[in-house]
Write a new protein. Sequence first.
Length: 520
Amino acid sequence: MRTNAVLARALRVLLVVFVGLTAASLPWRSVQAQPIGASDDSGFGFAYGFATFSGADTADVRGSIASLVALPDGGVLAGGSCKFPPDYTVYWACLYRWRASDYNNLPDPTFGINGVSYVMANATGAKIVRRKDGRIWVVALCAQETGGDWCTAMVNANGIGFDTSYGSGGVSVVPRPSGYGVMRIRDIALQPDGKLLIAGTCAISAGPASNASFCATRLTANGAFDSTFGVGNWLTTIPGPGDDAHKLTLLSDGGFYLTGGCGLSPSVICNLRYTANGAYVSSVASNWGSNLSERVHDVRERAGKVTIAGVDSDSGLMHASRYTWASAASDPTFGGIYPATGMAGNVSIDFSHPGHATAAKILRDGSIFFHGDCNNGAALCTARFTANGLLDATYGVSGRYETAQATPFAPAFIFPAELSVIEETADGHVLVGGSCWDGTTRPCVRRYLGGPNTAKVCTMDIDGDGVVNPTTDGLLLARISLGLKGSAALAGAIAPGATRTTWTQVRDYLFNECNMPVAP
């Protein structure tokens, strides 16, 4: 009886707070804490902070990771390329999954085959998004790395089999636009309406000097071309030598950015804005120098200002720039290397040894996180800029941090080949994925410690009926805050007309939109 009274009193307090917030029409944010600190996560992975496949006590998988998804339950889902045992002669588009409870043990044995899902043969570089119902949308390059069409699949949540209502038996091929002989996939994004944007580079022929275009298309939820997008199902820019799209960014107005390199000499970064249906709006160029290998890893627009972060894959120098969209002018409040230019670039990831950045990510709090190697390839290094483009003096030593361990395969070891994909978890940790080397290339993920950052703004309409109601949404919040889940959290608390009626839907909404991790 005493326990029930305590719970009832806590419920009343939460409902009073909820009604007050609703009456004031305030958005809800999760708690703000310090950004990621310079620290390895010793509790992650079975060897030196890596989750991977050792070939000895796990599946003998060879390949790499091209995309990462942080799961609501703390697990990790990854997409990429692999070779199927036992002969290892054919590349496959593959999925990998690790459970939160298995970070110190093995890949998720309930997913695919021993934690691996072999999706499509003769396909590489799988990019993935996870739908709200758990299904996994996979996009890969068919045939070979320098050509072929784009092929897609809808994989069941457990990594076993396809959703046969998608495409033809779960698979759909996206043929290249007319006149282009080579396509490369760079990025994909799931729109709120359930359609998928795919962006990349379409070239007339192979080779760095070939005329190429930024290109994009959109698929409906069943894998067909969306005929309302672009011209003849495609968006393509005017072909030019060296043009190469790198990043696709969804915008709050339904439109999107395509960002990448433009031209050969000098090479500049072009950020192109489009409407939701692929109509060109305008563009801004940012000059990072004349090197041909500059690559954009992340783009973010906040309050009319656009930040672009990337690396020079030849020299390994870190780059970031910010401009005001309306004026197309560099933001003089950003950057400390070139004052008043809006740039924070040409900085090595390590200031005492030769160091190379291989990936960049703009975190939720606006800080910019870089990952790479240093000390002549003998260690892993990270660095962080503040949201205003200065090396963050509170991070590591002068904004840079060298990790103590460099490999999941000790003691016989050659440095990990490439860790080039970054994803932030709901609780502020940072995942870095790619490939590691122990005599063969293996997919691997590493994690760095952090804390909750500023969350996305979300509404308190938890059940998605369009109304914020204390007797439904407030009751859901109170129950979940008290640790209830599943039917115990939902019973009698879902309004008629709600669009989120299952525990998975409610949990995923709180994770994806409100940055609120909830137990599965």
